[in-house]
Design a protein around this ligand. Structure first.
Ligand code: ATP
Length: 227
């Protein structure tokens, strides 16, 4: 018999956190209008590259970068995010931004998540590489950078953080190329409104929800066609 002690299935965290408490949390904010396979690929890439215990998808009710606002209400976007992430290892959805009135800013998201999770976990803010280039226009970007490690995942057509000017805050992001999934919510919405197939772009449960609720101009027939 070997005298090497068996490795426990869930080793206790070294810093006194209760077993099972997440040590590294990915914070993945977005409009998710709707959530699509590109979002899921980004979250999986970040989870696996940074050994994240949890990736929180955080739908923004009123993202500041979208003056005309999202297309469908936050409750529908939240419901679709829950369906898309159900059963995925380490994925969860946070409604932290829905409880706050006014425009949604990431600095507030991180502050409120810190209150919720306490001082223990490290936060990794996950962004697509296209979002990194807007960082110099974010509200209270210094506060954001103090509160998290910035992670950028590659997106077709978007620059790498190292291609940004030296003084750009996006330069600090840790970059992972990832699988480069060429899907956008804009293209999904266009296809749904035109009655075109979204095969392979949406998780099946999300596609069903969109068809059943007639979101984005989708009809039941179009939603059924792309399955
Ligand atoms: P829209 O087309 O409406 O602008 P979107 O597809 O970019 O939407 P968002 O909800 O605005 O989706 O994005 C949330 C986050 O996910 C952002 O950081 C964005 O850069 C990132 N993201 C979305 N799709 C991809 C993708 N295919 N590859 C990499 N990152 C992505």
């Amino acid at each position: 018999m070997s005298d090497v002690p068996a490795k426990p299935a869930h080793p206790a965290p070294p810093d006194g956190r209760p077993t099972g408490a997440p040590g590294r949390i990915g914070v993945f904010g977005g409009t998710f209008d709707p959530i699509h396979e590109g979002h899921l690929a980004v979250a999986r890439t970040a989870r696996d590259a940074f050994d994240l215990d949890l990736v929180l998808f955080v739908p923004a009710p009123r993202p500041w970068l979208r003056p005309r606002g999202p297309v469908v209400p936050a409750d529908d976007r939240l419901a679709m995010a829950r369906m898309a992430t159900m059963g995925e290892r380490g994925f969860d959805v946070s409604s932290v931004d829905l409880d706050r009135p006014g425009t949604t800013y990431t600095a507030d998201t991180l502050r409120d998540l810190r209150k919720q999770y306490g001082p223990g976990p490290e936060f990794y803010l996950v962004l697509g590489a296209d979002s990194i280039r807007h960082l110099d226009r974010w509200a209270r970007v210094d506060s954001v950078l103090r509160r998290c490690t910035l992670v950028a995942v590659g997106r077709p057509g978007a620059p790498r953080p190292s291609e940004l000017p030296d003084e750009h805050p996006g330069n600090q992001a840790r970059f992972i190329e990832g699988p480069m999934v060429d899907v956008s919510a804009t293209e999904v919405r266009r296809r749904l409104a035109a009655g075109e197939s979204c095969a392979g772009m949406l998780p099946p449960a999300v596609e069903r929800y969109i068809g059943e609720h007639g979101l984005y101009g989708a009809t039941r027939a179009a939603a059924a066609m792309s399955r």
